[in-house]
Design a protein around this ligand. Structure first.
Ligand code: NDP
Length: 240
């Protein structure tokens, strides 16, 4: 069945692959982004997927952006909270600003993305929420106290939303990618990247499409009894 899907951070990296996979599954997709207009325009030109600019860290901007998506395309039945950033530093050097930027975008951003669409999902008795967490939320990571806190928080969010939404036909699940070949990961120095790959039993980085396929399954009609779960897609780097 064709539905309206919103993917935050849906114009680049993993989010772009998710947007494309959901379109291929027959859904009408709105891809949100933060400010990289050039990348967003290129993405729309290549895929035909409409992009919408707002900052997920800002509740009012999220509400207004989602209202615009719904005015253009119709009620959002599928929401993928994917937008995320890193501001890495060892804890003793981490600034309150680095802490708050990551919390505001990665954690509060999930609240800001799901909260405006939740009442409509409850009314229509159908909803699919997927939050893109991370392996580093499952296991922690050096210099990522802020990021790991948000990604662990995502798992608490989906488990709680699952319990609240189940009777209303809403599912909420998380995907925890391992290291995926996006700009975020390709930006780290090659030496560090090689040491990361050496720790992955699969011997390679994951591809964004491998995460997108997990999301496409979780939002499908067939996945209605999967609720509050986490799919780990990490090349056997870490099992929980
Ligand atoms: P990218 O940096 O490649 O893309 C990030 C996307 O998020 C862009 O579309 C960007 O918009 C958007 N974005 C960033 N901040 C905001 C904001 N405040 N409001 C709206 N949109 C925003 O990231 P990845 O594809 O690598 O990561 C996607 C998700 O996957 C993140 O949540 C990340 O934590 C998670 N993840 C990634 C892993 C990896 O290996 N890459 C591993 C595990 C998890 P714009 O283009 O305008 O900047």
């Amino acid at each position: 069945m064709s539905r309206i899907a919103l993917v935050t951070g849906g114009s680049r990296g993993i989010g772009a692959a998710i947007s494309v996979a959901l379109k291929a599954a027959g859904h009408t997709v709105a891809a949100n982004y933060a400010g990289n207009d050039e990348a967003a325009e290129k993405f729309t030109a290549e895929t035909g997927i409409k992009t919408y600019k707002w900052n997920v860290a800002d509740y009012e901007a999220s509400k207004a952006g989602i209202a615009q998506v719904e005015a253009d395309l119709g009620p959002v039945d599928i929401v993928v909270a994917n937008a995320g950033i890193t501001r890495d530093a060892p804890f003793h050097k981490m600034t309150p600003e680095q802490w708050h930027q990551v919390i505001d975008t990665n954690l509060t951003g999930v609240f800001n993305t799901v909260h405006p669409v939740w009442p409509g999902m409850r009314d229509r008795k159908f909803g699919r929420v997927v939050v893109i967490s991370s392996i580093n939320g499952q296991k922690g990571q050096f210099a990522q106290v802020n990021y790991a806190a948000t990604k662990a928080g995502d798992l608490g969010i989906v488990k709680s939303l699952a319990q609240e939404g189940a009777r209303a036909g809403i599912t909420a699940n998380a995907v925890c990618p391992g290291y995926i070949a996006t700009e975020m990961v390709m930006a780290v120095p090659e030496k560090v990247r090689d040491s990361i790959i050496a720790q992955i039993p699969a011997g390679r980085l994951g591809e964004p499409e491998e995460i997108a396929r997990c999301v496409a399954f979780l939002v499908s009609e067939d996945a209605g009894f999967i609720n509050g779960s986490t799919i780990s897609a990490n090349g056997a780097q870490f099992f929980v």
